[in-house]
Ligand binder design. Structure first.
Ligand code: HEM
Ligand code: HEM
Length: 192
């Protein structure tokens, strides 16, 4: 088996929850934009600010509980250690070159190349950052210490936004790769 059931189940729950969080986050953003642009309403979720906040605060529980299950199992089963490490600079360089030349080998889907390792590790860290910055702008009074750690409420909002941008950037590359290498998609659905 390439991916055990707990990886596949938590992966797809996370994908759904992330899409709801991104779409509702964009609608929340539109009510008070941080930058001189808004997201086209056709690609936001929740219809208006209150609806989007409702979605954001509902899906966040799914995202956090599911994310904790994935993180804890990833650590205790040793999956993170064996699949995501080590990440060697030389391997990263070689695999980036091969990827850009379209010459990456995908014979063994159970071994991630250095670029995959770095991107998966990076998106896991971005996930932790977006949750921590999210709860610090959700309860800035009760969680003053946490909010202060981000440099205050306003800074935490920018951190939250940047983490979203990183996750969306990852998602574009990630989904493109999954479609270019369909057997990897099959393995993430069926396990083999
Ligand atoms: C535990 C998880 C999360 C919590 C508690 C949370 C909380 C919040 C809160 C309270 C706001 C409103 C900020 C304001 O009033 O301006 C917000 C906005 C937003 N959230 Fe989240 N969030 C979480 C996860 C996520 C995730 C996973 C994403 C996307 C990947 C996301 C994307 C956004 C975006 C784009 C905004 C609008 C940014 C802004 O204009 O400030 N959030 N979030
Ligand atoms: C509809 C959207 C998505 C599709 C089609 C998709 C597809 C896949 C596929 C096919 C794999 C296995 C790929 C491989 O062999 O490298 C995978 C793994 C992974 N995906 Fe996604 N994914 C999606 C959304 C997401 C999202 C939103 C995140 C996180 C923000 C994410 C994070 C990951 C991670 C961390 C792994 C490695 C998991 C592990 O081995 O423990 N994916 N995804």
């Amino acid at each position: 088996m390439i991916h055990p059931p707990w990886v596949r189940i938590t992966h797809w729950i996370n994908a759904l929850a992330m899409i709801v969080m991104i779409g509702s986050g964009w609608e929340i953003y539109n009510a008070s934009p941080l930058f001189p642009f808004v997201f086209p309403p056709a690609i936001t979720l929740g219809h208006w600010l209150a609806g989007a906040l409702l979605l954001h605060f509902a899906a966040m529980w799914i995202l956090v509980v599911n994310g904790l299950v994935y993180l804890i199992l990833g650590i205790v089963t040793g999956r993170f250690r064996s699949k995501l490490f080590p990440i060697r600079p030389a391997a990263l360089l070689a695999d980036t070159r091969a990827a850009l030349a379209g010459k990456l080998a995908y014979d063994d889907l159970s071994v991630y190349n250095a670029v995959q390792r770095l991107l998966y590790l990076g998106v896991i860290v971005a996930g932790v950052v977006i949750v921590l910055s999210g709860i610090s702008i959700w309860k800035p009074v009760q969680l003053q210490e946490l909010t202060r750690m981000f440099g205050g409420y306003d800074a935490a909002r920018y951190v939250h936004f940047c983490a979203m941008a990183a996750i969306v950037g990852f998602l574009v590359v990630h989904v493109t790769m999954a479609l270019l290498v369909p057997k990897s998609l099959r393995a993430m659905i069926l396990g083999r």
